[in-house]
Write a protein that binds this ligand. Structure first.
Ligand SMILES: Cc1cc2nc3c(=O)[nH]c(=O)nc-3n(C[C@H](O)[C@H](O)[C@H](O)COP(=O)(O)O)c2cc1C
Length: 335
């Protein structure tokens, strides 16, 4: 993505699909983009595995032509390897390159990767500068507000130091690394970081609904928002954000639409994954698709124990026929 296109993307207060391991794959990115996500991030790519030529990392790097704008996210503890991986990632043609400095998972952060960088902000800034210099694409960083429990979170000073070395945007998951997913995200830190820099700051953490997106932007003055779990629970959130942005009231998905998208997602997963993997992989999205569908809870309970594609399809189709019938009945009664 050119520098101008990058600037234009972030000037439009974008709503972004978060990088999520085992969730934000090419299929889910396409779904979210079709529903209105302005840009997506890949699952994080381990630089050591990538440099070893591991097929899983190479798969994560592969972007279809219509998978734009998508950033490739890399993570690692060694600056030289991050630089090398960034060059490989650049050749895959993403919109920009994102460095993960926010993963709190102990086996990653303890080794100095992900949020581990927050324990040494000087090293983080120096590493980011090396990556920026190594590639022509814009480089962004995603991190947390601090390692925890600092009195004064380093994120505000970090934002301006990262900007000085050429980082083009910063996403802040507004928790410390030590918090993991406990407590609530404190969006004020993203607002303070945005006030300290000219580059776009994206606020992230506990933004679940279109109304949350509007509130987070209004409260922080940030350039954009990023949604993770909210998108898994309800991918239509992106469509709802667009509607609110354009002054329309959001249209919630009908039960039939929910089941249709579940079927499409299932078939796409089955088509690209190894035999026997696509069906169980789809389970993580079930709660979202089947929410507010009459009979959805029972279907979910069943599908969580079934790994048989034909069984899934048959049961989804049966419930679909039932919800379409009941919608017709409702329309008839209303008429
Ligand atoms: C299943 C899952 C996988 C995640 N994987 C990544 C990842 O690969 N890279 C990353 O930067 N963050 C990852 N995250 C963190 C999210 O990008 C996001 O920062 C976090 O979930 C907070 O946002 P939310 O409250 O909207 O979910 C992951 C989160 C979840 C739930």
């Amino acid at each position: 993505m050119s520098s101008d296109a990058f600037t234009a993307l972030f000037a439009a207060k974008p709503v972004l699909l978060a990088p999520m391991e085992d969730v934000s794959d090419a299929i889910f990115r396409r779904i979210c983009r079709q529903l209105g996500a302005d840009a997506c991030f890949t699952e994080f790519v381990n630089v050591d595995s990538l440099l070893l030529g591991c097929s899983r990392s190479e798969r994560k790097l592969r972007l279809e032509e219509d998978d734009q704008p998508t950033a490739i996210q890399i993570y690692g503890a060694n600056p030289a390897r991050l630089v090398e991986a960034a060059r490989i990632a650049e050749a895959a043609g993403p919109a920009f390159i994102d460095i993960n400095c926010g993963c709190w998972v102990p086996r990653i952060a303890r080794r100095g990767a992900g949020a581990g960088w927050l324990r040494d902000p000087d090293a983080m800034v120096a590493m980011a500068e090396q990556v920026v210099r190594a590639v022509s694409l814009p480089v962004t960083v995603k991190t947390r507000i601090g390692w925890g429990p600092e009195d004064q979170m380093p994120i505000v000073e970090l934002a301006s130091r990262l900007e000085q070395v050429g980082v083009r945007a910063l996403t802040v998951h507004c928790r410390t690394a030590k918090m993991g997913y406990t407590g609530t995200a404190d969006w004020r830190w993203a607002g303070l970081a945005q006030a300290a820099v000219r580059m776009p700051v994206v606020v992230n953490g506990d933004i679940r609904t279109a109304e949350d997106v509007q509130r987070a932007l209004a409260e922080t003055g940030c350039a954009g928002t990023m949604l993770g779990r909210g998108a898994i629970e309800h991918p239509w959130v992106f469509r709802e954000v667009k509607a609110l942005r354009e002054g329309r009231s959001p249209t919630p998905p009908t039960p039939a639409e929910r089941l249709r998208l579940l079927r499409e997602h299932l078939l796409a997963n089955v088509a690209v994954r190894k035999p026997g993997w696509g069906v169980p992989y789809t389970r993580r999205y079930l709660a979202g698709y089947l929410r507010d569908v009459e009979g959805g809870a029972a279907l979910r309970a069943h599908l969580n124990t079934s790994g048989d594609l034909d069984d899934w399809l048959e049961r989804i189709t049966t419930l679909e026929a039932r919800v379409v019938d009941s919608a017709r009945g409702g329309a008839h009664l209303a008429g």
